[in-house]
Design a binder for this molecule. Structure first.
Ligand SMILES: *Cc1c(COP(=O)(O)O)cnc(C)c1O
Length: 428
């Protein structure tokens, strides 16, 4: 499968190069040249297939013959080796829990898939690839775990000192092997700036790549969730509406890809916190990115969502077409907390702030009699323990995945300037 750049200046490239480069030379995101719907029979009988088989069917055209079928099946087996249940909240709403993976955030799937693809593509290459990633919390843990032990791949994670939760810090700093954590004296934007500078620095001669959600190998496997939900919900014989808590809009964009592949999905809602660039665009047709604002759903604090351009491409850059399929609404922290309380009162369900924003999206949309709404729970409540326990009258139990890292010792290298990062990269 070939991919083109959404800036249309760089030449088309293979899946392999799209994965290794992350972004095209002209700074455009890669987009698949063709999207061929799956057979109607397959979708009609989807409940007869395992999650592994479904994931393979969904992704194989996007990989093409660049990874042999058996190898791709092996990669998928490692990627979706846990549950993706739709848990009923009330008569016409359920939540798709995406947090049963190793770091309890939905990014586990994309991170593992990308790590395994990169490992495969780099297997005959003597040079190591260094994955450089800045994190505000969730991405780092998923990437560290996904890439742990990948041969020929080193991972360097930059995180802002004191700005990630204790659990998130443990997830980043306790793995060892090919994973190194750099603890940056600064905020997330400083980490990101250091990463960007390194990519442009000609004196760094080793192969650097990034593992953020613009990479096609992190973006595309997120389609699987929507297939897995569809498989569970088909029996209701209602029209499905998905509400996706959105930051960089990669997850929801993958959902729209799943619709393109043939799933009958009535509508998509991108629910955001007060970082409302896309909700505003849907209202007035003007796309005006802004600096991000800090909220309690901090994994969605994005002022210029990188994947929105892919969503526009999926609807031929036609806003009318887009509006028929897609809505976007923004909600405050106050409303989010109130909703966490309401969901708990009515259904005894503990949602994290991101999931609650998703629920609000469904409420605002207003489900009709023949519709079933699904909001995505993108992280386990334990990952936002402080907010959850101060908002709800509950004590969140620490799941085994988290127990495992909590008592391990943190190992991180202090860095305060770009020169520190550079020195580290030149030496290691
Ligand atoms: C990354 C993340 C999101 C946002 O996903 P996008 O694909 O960037 O829109 C939402 N919730 C959680 C918990 C996340 O970690």
């Amino acid at each position: 499968m070939n991919y083109y750049s959404l800036h249309h200046k760089s030449p088309k490239t293979t899946f392999k190069n799209a994965v290794i480069n992350g972004i095209a030379q002209d700074r455009g995101l890669y987009f698949p040249e063709n999207i061929t719907p799956l057979s109607k029979d397959f979708i009609k009988n989807i409940e007869n297939y395992s999650n592994y088989e479904i994931a393979f069917e969904a992704i194989k055209q996007f990989v093409g013959d660049e990874i042999p079928e058996n190898k791709l099946k092996e990669i998928i087996a490692e990627t979706v080796s846990f549950d993706f249940p739709v848990v009923p909240i009330n008569k016409n709403i359920g939540t798709l829990e995406l947090f049963h993976g190793p770091t309890m955030a939905f990014k586990d799937v994309g991170a593992k898939f990308m790590a395994k693809c990169l490992e495969f593509f780099n297997k005959d290459n003597d040079d190591e690839v260094t994955v450089l990633v800045a994190t505000s919390g969730d991405t780092g843990g998923a990437v560290a775990n996904g890439f742990l032990g990948a041969k020929g791949v080193k991972v360097v994670i930059l995180y802002p000192s004191g700005k990630v939760s204790d659990i998130q810090e443990k997830q980043l700093t306790t793995l060892g092997q090919n994973i190194t954590a750099l603890e940056v004296d600064g905020v997330f934007d400083d980490c990101q700036e250091m990463v960007k500078t390194a990519f442009l620095d000609k004196e760094i001669t080793k192969t650097l790549t990034s593992a953020n959600s613009i990479n096609v190998a992190r973006w595309l496997p997120q389609m699987f969730y929507f297939f897995f939900a569809y498989k569970q919900l088909k029996k209701h014989q209602k029209e499905i509406v998905f509400s996706v808590p959105s930051g960089n809009f990669g997850n929801i964009c993958a959902g729209i890809m799943a619709q393109k592949l043939g799933l009958t999905i009535k509508h998509f809602i991108a629910a955001t916190n007060v970082n409302d660039t896309v909700p505003n665009y849907m209202l007035n047709g003007i796309y005006s990115p802004k600096p991000s604002k800090a909220t309690i759903s901090n994994a969605m604090d994005v002022g210029n969502p990188s994947n929105f351009i892919r969503i526009q491409e999926l609807f031929n850059n036609d806003i009318t077409l887009l509006k028929n399929n897609f809505s976007s609404f923004s909600f405050t922290d106050e409303k989010t907390k109130e909703t966490m309380q309401n969901i708990y009162k009515k259904s005894e369900y503990i949602s994290d702030p991101h999931g609650a924003v998703g629920y609000l999206g469904l409420e605002k949309y207003g489900l009709k009699e023949n519709e079933y709404g699904v909001f995505l729970e993108t992280a386990h409540p334990v990952k936002f323990l402080d907010i959850v326990e101060e908002t709800l009258p509950v004590k969140v139990e620490i799941p085994p995945q988290i127990q495992k890292v909590i008592h391990k010792e943190k190992v991180a290298i202090k860095a305060s300037t770009y020169e520190d990062l550079k020195a580290f990269l030149m030496k290691n």
